[in-house]
Design a protein. Sequence first.
Length: 237
Amino acid sequence: MNHSQSPMSWDDPDVHRYVETISIKIPGYHLLYDMTDRLMTAQLQSGNDPAEVLIVGAGGGQEIITFGSRHESWLFTGLDPSARMLDVAQLRVDRATLGHRVSFIEGTIARLAQAQRYDAATCMLVLHFVQGLSQKRELLCRIAEHLKPGAPLFLASLNGNPNSEAFAVQMLAWKSHMLEHGIPLQEWEQFADSIGHGSDPVPASMVAELLEEAGFTQVTRYFGSYLIDGWFAVKAE
């Protein structure tokens, strides 16, 4: 969904601000997508062969812009429940002349045809907005169902125990980064207040367990930026 960490409704008219600020909020944001692309290419063993990629939470369009500009034969299906976020993604995709390789679907993974299977999938900056372990597990299971055996999943989420001292230290450092890079104090405070309400982070170890329970193997953490973790996993054969 590529959603910024904010309590803002994804149907808010100002949701376009997400694209303008997310790379400021998360240090290494563009590196995350670069690394994801390189790992996906390595798992698929060739970036030149045709591949169908599922983007769960496609609003904003960063995955499609990154992958689509590097792999001319890849096709994309982008899911997002927010029409406004999909509008932002569509605009970026059209500007990059990638529209003919992208199908956007407004809604959740339940909108996919039951028999549809993909060569790879991403779920970037989405999972922490899904409330409760059972719902998180359900989403990952549904993604697994729509992947071919051996297909990679790339997942990034905000992780940790919000009640721990370690979490508080990470938040203090992250606040310093955001404020020094121009994020207004009020916006930071809204983000901080949303944790545990608008978002539901869980410890990284629990994310790894959820991926394994959903039928993924080779679960590996490949990116970290304060409380944001990036995970690589492979659908079991």
